[in-house]
Design a protein around this ligand. Structure first.
Ligand code: ATP
Ligand code: MG
Length: 464
């Protein structure tokens, strides 16, 4: 439409191009452009044998956001109509389609889990297998130890069935194993071809999704009819557009145990200080939510908000104030916070991720040094529950999320989509093209109400 062209020309935003039919009357209504199915030609599709209690239409949309700006100027680049103050964005709804692209008897499906552990991986694997079997798929395999399993000949693919996965969600970790690093994209696609895999479900974080997208593009280049579908695994909840990702709720809940232990240690000691380090390389969601939930945190430090340790307005002098007034204090710090204070290690892991310095240990040492230096007694205890949290099994709410995401991943592959990932958006389940969601990390907005609620709850001042 004219509006669409104007919008693209003026703001050069390539992803918001799939305009809804009623966009003429609501000129600022857009839909994230979805990948076209492997075959847009419905003649090549088959009716789904399963009725699924109703189908989702390819044209169904879910509202991503509505913003009503107080004036057209504050709408800025998101609004194409100079008089418009109303912007809507929509995404494609996930779920079973009436016409499917693959004949179930011709499918060989594979599942791979990469990166670090996250509560719920087994729940997703289990649900993918169960849903594939309901479609009638007989050949389902697990690729062991992440992308590495595609190239390491000593690692045999693991046959999967309902029987194998029935109880795997009762424990944490990944039935298939995880890894970082591994073969090149073209080696992975060679291996897909050799094994005759035409559906690949990839469970992992941003690195894994970058890999999945590259595998999708390589398959396109080789004109292979393979559906590559991701399920975003990030305990940090740092994926754009999504309400939350699986494992996050469990992590926040499990973090309560560490925070409570730190509180009890601090509270029971004379001038006790408890320090808890939680996950969050780029985004402080876990630290913020865990602080809000516990009500026991006096200082919450996240990567998005700069702070000073030393000086009259630094964390350490506030700790002294807390010991003088309350008698004890508890600090919650996200692993990516305060990286400026640490010596750069200049090392990367097998996947090329920068290895962060340990801010928790640094704060522990600086706190001890500071109180010793001023001759003020303080008893500092440090807890890093990271690996205990990551290895947990999913809680009830994550269990439900994993179940729906697993089912929708299979529906998406059968619908013929590739290079997509599944998510929850405004409480509805949707598909996203992978490049959209990995373009950048979702971070805590330091101006948001939620961060200010956290500050109200901890009572901490600005540390700058
Ligand atoms: P986590 O949240 O645990 O870090 P992740 O998916 O980001 O999960 P990584 O170790 O970064 O974990 O990556 C997982 C896999 O994806 C690795 O095998 C890595 O080789 C591969 N990978 C990472 N980045 C890319 C990329 N840009 N292109 C292709 N493959 C990639
Ligand atoms: Mg990563």
């Amino acid at each position: 439409s004219k509006y669409q062209q104007d919008f693209e020309a003026r703001f050069n935003i390539p992803h918001i191009t799939d305009v809804l039919p009623d966009a003429v009357s609501y000129p600022s209504t857009f839909c994230l452009k979805m990948r076209t199915p492997l075959s847009p030609d419905f003649a090549e599709r088959y009716p789904s044998d399963e009725e699924w209690h109703g189908y989702i239409n390819n044209r169904d949309r879910v509202l991503l956001k509505v913003i009503h700006y107080s004036s057209p100027t504050s709408a800025g680049a998101e609004c194409i109509d100079p008089d418009c103050t109303w912007v809507e964005q929509w995404v494609h709804r996930a779920g079973p389609r009436e016409k499917i692209y693959f004949k179930p008897e011709e499918v060989k499906a594979a599942i791979v889990t990469c990166g670090g552990l996250c509560p719920g991986l087994n729940d997703v694997i289990r649900q993918i297998v169960i849903t594939l079997e309901i479609y009638g798929v007989k050949k389902i395999v697990g690729i062991p130890f992440g992308y590495r399993g595609f190239s390491d000949e000593s690692l045999a693919e693991m046959p999967l069935s309902r029987k194998v996965v029935q109880n795997v969600h009762l424990s944490g970790g990944s039935l298939l194993g995880v890894s970082r690093g591994g073969p090149s994209v073209s080696e992975i696609v060679d291996s897909l071809e050799e094994r005759g895999i035409n559906m690949l479900f990839v469970l992992g974080g941003n690195g894994t999704h970058a890999g999945a997208n590259a595998i999708h593009e390589e398959c396109n280049k080789r004109q292979l009819k393979v559906a590559i579908v991701g399920v975003p695994k990030t305990i940090d909840n740092d994926i754009l557009f999504m309400d939350k990702t699986f494992g996050f709720d469990t992590a926040v809940e499990e973090a309560q145990r560490a925070i409570n232990s730190a509180y009890i240690e601090a509270h029971s000691a004379y001038h006790g200080i408890g320090i808890v380090k939680l996950m969050g390389r780029n985004s402080g969601f876990i630290a913020m939510q865990a602080s809000l939930a516990s009500g026991q945190i006096d200082i919450c430090l996240i990567p998005e908000v700069p702070f000073n340790l030393h000086g009259p307005h630094g964390v350490l002098s506030h700790l002294k104030y807390l010991l003088e007034t309350k008698g004890s204090a508890v600090v919650c710090v996200a692993e990516g916070a305060g990286q400026d204070f640490l010596e750069k290690i200049n090392a990367t892991d097998a996947s090329g991720n920068i290895i962060l310095g340990d801010i928790g240990v640094h704060i522990q040492q600086e706190t001890k040094k500071y109180f010793k230096g001023i001759g003020f007694p303080a008893d500092v205890k440090y807890i890093d529950p990271t690996y205990m949290i990551r290895a947990c099994r999913a809680n009830a709410s994550d269990g439900i999320l994993c179940t729906v995401l697993g089912q929708n991943a299979v529906h998406g592959a059968f619908a013929g989509y590739s290079g997509i990932t599944v998510g929850i958006c405004n409480t509805h389940y949707v598909y996203f093209p992978i490049p959209e969601v990995i373009a950048q990390s979702k971070v805590v907005d330091p101006n948001s109400r939620m961060w200010h609620r956290c500050l109200t709850s901890t009572g901490q001042p600005d540390f700058v």
